[in-house]
Design a protein around this ligand. Structure first.
Ligand SMILES: [Zn+2]
Length: 127
């Protein structure tokens, strides 16, 4: 039986906490996780996992849905000139990606550990 249930992983990651021990402090800064959880020592930043690549891809998709498409519609409706639209699109996409980055990083790590819950140190050790 697993010590950390999937529901617990979900709620911990949703609030930016370590999936293994549930403590805050996973983030080294806005854009990066600590290599190891400062509390339980779990490896957070895996070389091969591609968390950051996946997070950036989600950022692009969200920018297209939330910024690029609405701006295109407004340009087509003649609400702005095309170059104003392009400028707003670029600035808003960058803002959106950088503001939401920690949240998206949590989603990516959450999905990873929901799928592979047995990889958590608390679930893999037989104590
Ligand atoms: Zn931890």
């Amino acid at each position: 039986m697993m010590k950390v249930e999937r529901g617990e992983i979900f709620s911990r990651e949703l609030t930016g906490r370590c999936p293994n021990c549930g403590q805050l402090g996973m983030f080294k800064n806005w854009l990066r996780l600590h290599k190891l959880c400062p509390n339980c020592g779990m490896v957070l930043e895996k070389e091969e996992s591609g968390f950051y690549v996946d997070t950036t891809s989600i950022g692009y998709v969200l920018s297209i849905i939330l910024v690029i498409i609405p701006v295109c519609i407004l340009v087509l409706m003649d609400m702005f000139r095309i170059w104003v639209g392009v400028g707003i699109g670029i600035v808003e996409s960058i803002l959106l990606c950088s503001l939401l980055y920690p949240l998206m990083l949590c989603w990516v790590t959450m999905l990873y550990y929901l799928v592979q819950a047995e990889e958590l140190p608390n679930n893999s050790t037989n104590q």
